[in-house]
Design a protein. Structure first.
Length: 468
């Protein structure tokens, strides 16, 4: 989509903003954010040709408001049409628009700024790198105003769950998605084997039987799972024939010049290939599980296959399914750096990456580092970025105390380290980091970046209001 900035002064905006309270938190925040820098750096993600895109400030402002007030795309777009302060924060032009109807009369056009789907397209367009740019611009402004203290770094990790169901019944779900994709291919005139069965009725009965009689009885679960494996195998074996027939249909569309149908069939063919690979992995891991063998990288969700199981040892929720997030804050509670992992690495292996990310974000290494005992590293491991810190307050693993555990600076950093726990709680309960609803691992990165932006701007806003 094309993007072009508007420099013309609008008299209606000046008249309309006059009644707004000048010390409102969103008015103050909108005046302090460097929107010009954000627009200049994000404009590289847009094309010089095509339909005119929505204003970058409007899209970025809506995402900040969305995660600031924990809203969905639909609700934040609806709130934009109703809240004047949101309009001012997003830089919406308030100039009334008119058109000439068939009778030659001037008719008012109601304002419809955008639809909720535009926010999804914006996230896909700029990706995690674009969100990092917005986060970086705000962080640079906080550093220039001495809000962030680059001296002290506090580190911790957490799990951000994915918006998936509990990983049970994957065999039946795999059978259903394969049948659905094959049915979509069939709608384009592709012939499927006549002996292909969907097993819809019998599979439903097996699922009910497992749920009813399988509690505490492994033999009943295994018996039902073996039948589901047989049904899934039956469909998987027919996929190569269907793909071969689909390729012939695609060639026929090419000869006839029907590009739209050709592209649709190619997408369905690729989708069927990917789904078949996932279902084959689910079948394999189910067979190995009943044999008692360990599978390293299990499929826990068919629509989010990169999700991993993270065992945190909590009594309420011992297992969490999502991605791991490494967070670094300063002594004032501002989040300076973060990194996401589509795996479950050991915390002790992440200390060097956290210190390196801090130095890249702030421009200088931290003089003081505080973390829990999970980050304790072996003395034999070389950590050049950690060694730059003069004071590292991390308890040793085991029963033995740290050699400097009784010093004042060590105790002070451990007390400061506890400050990161409520920050993570606020991110999850107020800024949508409790569950990632965006697609894929890139969606996880975008979700964390937006939650961090919402948290930092909220803290920044409080200092603005208190100073006015």
């Amino acid at each position: 989509m094309a993007y072009q900035r508007e420099y013309q002064y609008d008299i209606f905006e000046a008249v309309f903003q006059y009644p707004l309270h000048p010390r409102h938190e969103l008015i103050l925040l909108g005046n302090r954010i460097d929107w010009d820098n954000i627009q200049d750096r994000l404009s590289t993600y847009y094309s010089s040709m095509g339909r005119q895109a929505k204003d970058i400030r409007l899209m970025v402002g809506l995402h900040i408001l969305k995660h600031r007030f924990n809203l969905s795309d639909e609700k934040v777009v609806k709130g934009l049409h109703e809240n004047v302060y949101w309009m001012s924060f997003c830089g919406v032009s308030l100039k009334p628009r008119y058109r000439i109807n068939e009778r030659g009369e001037k008719q008012f056009i109601p304002c419809e700024f955008l639809e909720a789907s535009s926010m999804t397209k914006f996230r896909k367009g700029i990706g995690p790198e674009g969100m990092r740019i917005v986060e970086e611009v705000i962080r640079e402004r906080l550093i220039s105003e001495d809000k962030i203290c680059p001296r002290t770094q506090l580190i911790d990790t957490t799990c951000m769950e994915k918006n998936i169901a509990y990983p049970t019944g994957l065999l039946d779900k795999g059978r259903r998605i394969l049948i659905k994709t094959i049915s979509n291919i069939k709608n384009y005139g592709v012939k499927v084997p006549s002996h292909l069965r969907s097993f819809k009725r019998v599979s439903k009965g097996i699922i009910i039987e497992i749920n009813k009689w399988g509690k505490g009885r492994k033999e009943n679960i295994e018996s039902g799972a073996k039948r589901l494996i047989t049904y899934a195998h039956h469909i998987v074996r027919q996929v190569p024939k269907i793909i071969h027939t689909t390729e012939h249909k695609i060639k026929r569309y090419i000869r006839k010049g029907r590009d739209k149908e050709k592209m649709a069939l190619e997408r369905l063919k690729h989708k069927l290939n990917e789904q078949t690979k996932l279902v084959e992995r689910v079948i394999h891991q189910t067979i190995e599980r009943f044999k008692g063998n360990h599978i390293a990288h299990k499929i826990l969700s068919l629509h989010e296959p990169e999700v991993v199981c993270i065992r945190k040892g909590k009594r309420k929720r011992p297992h969490e399914y999502g991605s791991k997030v490494l967070i670094s804050i300063d002594r004032h509670g501002y989040i300076v750096d973060h990194k996401e992992y589509a795996s479950n690495p050991c915390d002790s292996n992440l200390l060097e990456a956290a210190c390196q990310g801090w130095e890249n974000s702030v421009g200088s290494p931290a003089k003081e580092i505080g973390a829990d005992r999970a980050f304790h590293r072996n003395q034999d491991v070389k950590t050049p970025h950690v060694s730059k810190g003069k004071r590292v307050s991390i308890h040793t693993k085991g029963k033995g105390p740290h050699t400097q555990a009784n010093t004042s600076w060590f105790k002070r950093l451990q007390r400061l380290r506890a400050k990161i726990e409520p920050v993570i709680s606020h991110l999850k309960n107020e800024h949508r980091m409790d569950r990632s609803r965006y697609k894929g691992f890139e969606g996880d990165q975008i979700n964390v970046s937006l939650a961090v932006i919402a948290w930092n701007t909220k803290k920044w806003n409080k200092t603005m209001v208190s100073m006015t």
